[in-house]
Design a protein around this ligand. Structure first.
Ligand code: DPM
Length: 377
């Protein structure tokens, strides 16, 4: 080890991002009491744009770009992210040094206080069915699957960080419920607001949902060795399969693509889904791989990446290779079953919406000077 004893850690400023960053730091501190960890916070494009649905902004790496620039120019040593916010292709020279043991990957329903303790099913029946219940989410994946499962519910965009969303839900009266990741809700200590956890049978989760990842420079072996101590092999293997799947479908953060994976000692099972945003069309596929007995002796050197994730240094690489292959094969089968045309249509629609959103913003900008003039005169 070199004499580098102070690690600079990049993080977004949101409460959730800081909770996640501090969780990783406290684990590393336990293992390295002699190290200092200094948090450097940054605002990302995704944090700045609060008035558009994520899928309507039209830029990749919304929540990561500024932090990655800081990694490349060495103003930080590593960055803690929600893995699901990390694109499947990272900038050259960067890698996911470790993934932390996954929390629940499922989606959860948070009700407006007037519906406390209810379920989505209840919102579709009884008196409430006279008025359509409105569910807040900006995720095309959640939207498509909820429309498919509960055609009577109406979906409406909701943006902003978790705190903003809760305020909108509780005080605006516009939404009957919102859908969020269960993991994020627990981390924020809002578990008691969860009315229902959606089973992956009803709503498959996003690629890597519930897993935290640490991004670092791919050649920084000192950091990679340290991160390896908190690298969770089972989480890594599942997320490699899921990310390889998404990568093969060329999906970004805002496509209606969903997964469900399970792992045991020797078997990885995966289900993947692609949906049209209206919920009418779906292509699903599942498969599994049985891991062969350890090939013996051959371990990682720290440079090998699987879907941008560094393999666990003390593990047989065969499992990582098999996971990547499984995700890619399921995606390939789904493309042959028509998943690509569903995705193309979803992307075309998203692009049209991006153009409309830009036009609306331009119009608003052009309108505002006149407004100011009017006020002055
Ligand atoms: C991505 C999506 C969302 C986030 C899309 C999706 C949700 C957007 C929305 C890729 N990133 O899930 O289909 O609901 O409008 C995000 C959250 C977490 C990480 C919040 C959430 C939670 C913690 C985690 C935003 N990124 O999904 O409720 O999964 O580790």
């Amino acid at each position: 080890m070199s004499d580098r004893k102070t690690m600079k850690v990049g993080s977004r400023k949101s409460q959730l991002a800081l909770i996640q960053t501090n969780k990783v730091i406290s684990k590393l501190k336990e293992l390295h009491p002699d190290f200092k960890f200094e948090v450097v916070t940054m605002t990302t494009t995704g944090d700045r744009i609060l008035d558009s649905a994520l899928s309507k902004i039209g830029e990749k790496s919304l929540f990561t770009k500024e932090l990655e620039v800081a990694l490349v120019d060495k103003s930080v040593d590593f960055v803690v992210h929600s893995l699901k916010d990390l694109p499947t292709a990272l900038p050259d020279g960067l890698a996911i040094g470790c993934v932390y043991k996954r929390d629940s990957p499922c989606d959860a329903v948070v009700m407006h206080p007037k519906n406390e303790g209810e379920t989505l099913q209840v919102l579709t029946v009884g008196i409430l069915s006279l008025f359509c219940s409105v569910i807040g989410t900006s995720s095309l994946r959640r939207c498509a699957q909820i429309r498919r499962r509960y055609p009577k519910l109406v979906i409406d965009d909701i943006r902003g960080n978790l705190n903003t969303r809760f305020r909108k839900l509780d005080s605006e009266g516009r939404y009957d419920a919102i859908i969020l990741a269960e993991a994020g809700l627990h981390r924020m200590s809002w578990s008691e607001r969860i009315s229902e956890v959606l089973s992956p049978e009803d709503c498959m989760y996003a690629v890597s949902q519930g897993a935290m990842a640490v991004e670092c420079r791919a050649g920084d072996l000192e950091i990679i060795n340290m991160l390896n101590e908190i690298h969770d092999p089972d989480t890594a293997i599942r997320c490699i399969a899921e990310r390889a799947f998404l990568k093969h479908l060329e999906g970004g953060c805002s496509v209606p693509v969903a997964v469900d994976t399970q792992i045991t000692d020797n078997k990885l099972t995966m289900r993947g889904g692609v949906f049209s945003v209206d919920g009418r069309e779906a292509v699903e596929e599942s498969s599994h791989v049985i891991f062969s007995k350890a090939s013996g002796g051959k371990l990682h050197n720290g440079n090998q990446l699987y879907a941008s994730i560094v393999g666990c240094l003390d593990q047989d690489p065969a499992k990582f290779v098999a996971a990547e292959k499984l995700g890619t094969e399921i995606a390939e089968t789904m493309v042959n079953k028509g998943a690509d045309s569903i995705l193309r249509a979803a992307k075309r629609k998203a692009e049209e919406e991006i153009l409309e959103e830009h036009a609306r913003k331009r119009a608003r900008k052009e309108a505002s000077p006149t407004l100011q003039q009017a006020v002055v005169s």
